[in-house]
Structures are given as structure tokens and as C-alpha cells.
Design a protein around this ligand. Sequence first.
Ligand code: FPP
Length: 238
Amino acid sequence: MEKSTSYGNVSVAIIMDGNGRWATVRGLPRLAGHRAGAVAVRRIVEAASDLGIGALTLYAFSSDNWKRPSVEVGGLMQLFRTYLIDEMPGCIRHGIRLEVIGRRDRLDPALIATIEEVERQTRGGRNLRLRIAVDYSARESILRAASQTIADRPISPDEFSDLLGNGGNVDLLIRTGGEQRLSDFLLWESAYAELVFTRRMWPDFTREDLASALGEFTGRERRFGGLRCQEVVPAGGV
Ligand code: FPP
């Protein structure tokens, strides 16, 4: 894939949905779908890096996912840890700064230690800012930040974004798996995100699918509540 820097300011977020269905139609256990999902994560991170995307945030485990059977939750946690351990050298080599967003207090100590190590080792990465959301809930993140604000002082949206600590505005939000909802992911940050929904199950999501979503994003006119360029009227007249 061509190296490009044109997406350097673009922040992409992905709701990686469809692992379970991908496995079920193949007669496999759900965890096999998640393992295939982890392979897709590697592929898409590499593609994002090649495309010169500035930031990529992946929804790996929502705070509501604790409701799933313990075998699935345990398997997912193991997958995250293995992924972080295996990918750390590549992240360092390719200038990828990896961070994990979400609550940490309910994670296994071994996973927390691995997360901290990867974050420390990749801190110098300047190419791609990769964030993986684990035990993440946008509502909870907003409530936590809101409770830290000083009630008698007005706070700007940018200051609030900093308090949230999730990476700021999302430009393009992609959801695989055919559903069309946000599922408590980056609600504040996606206020003006362009949304792309695809029926492709996450394990099948390819570099070409990512490039195509970016192409769709580029073709959209973003007005942020303003007017289309040709509708802007000269001073004095509406
Ligand atoms: C949603 O699909 C997916 C998840 C809850 C887990 C996401 C995990 C991965 C993509 C693999 C590992 C990730 C990393 C970062 C190494 P689902 O299980 O709800 O699918 P379904 O809707 O078809 O049941």
C-alpha cells in the first residue's frame, strides 16, 4: 500500500463488531472469532500506519461486555495481553504510540503491568497514535471527568476533552458487523464524526475496506453546523 501523509490529521475510531457471528457461521466457538479479530487488528493497524493516519482508536471491550460468559471474557483478556506483548517491538519499530483507554481497576494485575510497560516503551512513537479501549464506557468517562471539573469556573470543550483523556475529536467512526449504533463509544469525541457503517464482519475487514471508508470520508462535506461553502453570503446580507 502507498505511503501517504494526507490522513495525518485524521482521527479514526472503529467499533469492531461481528467476531461472534463470524465464528458461529463457521461452526466455531466465539473465541475463535475473537482470535480472528485480533489478526484483523494487526492488519488494520499496519494499514493505518501505511496510510499515514494520525490516530486510530479501537473499541476492544466495553464496560458492558463484563456481562458475557466468563470463558469469553477471560479469553478476550488473554488475547489483549498476548497482542500487547507480541506487538510491542513492531510498535516501537514503526513509531506507533500505543495507549489503552478505559478503567484499569477491574483488570487483571498482569494485564495492567503489560499495558503500563507497552505505554512506557512506545511513548516516543510519532507516527500513529493507537488507542485501544478496554473496559471503556463513554458515559462513565464523561461522568468521571465531569466530577473533576470545578463547578464555579466555566470550562471549554477542549479542556473537557483533555480531562476525558480519550484522544479528542474523532473525524471518522467506522462500525463493522452491520449494526448502526454507537454502543457507548466516544460519545463526546464523536460529536462531529462522520459515520461509516459496513456489513463486513470485523475479522473480514481489510486494508481496502479501511481505505474505502477513508475515501468516503474525504468525499463528504463537513460543515460543523455552518453553511456549505457556496452558501456563504457576503457581509451585510443574509
Ligand atoms: C464485538 O463483536 C467484539 C468484541 C466484544 C471484542 C473485540 C475484540 C477483538 C477484535 C479481538 C482482540 C482485540 C485486540 C485489541 C487484540 P461481538 O463478539 O459482539 O460479535 P457479534 O455481535 O457477532 O456477537
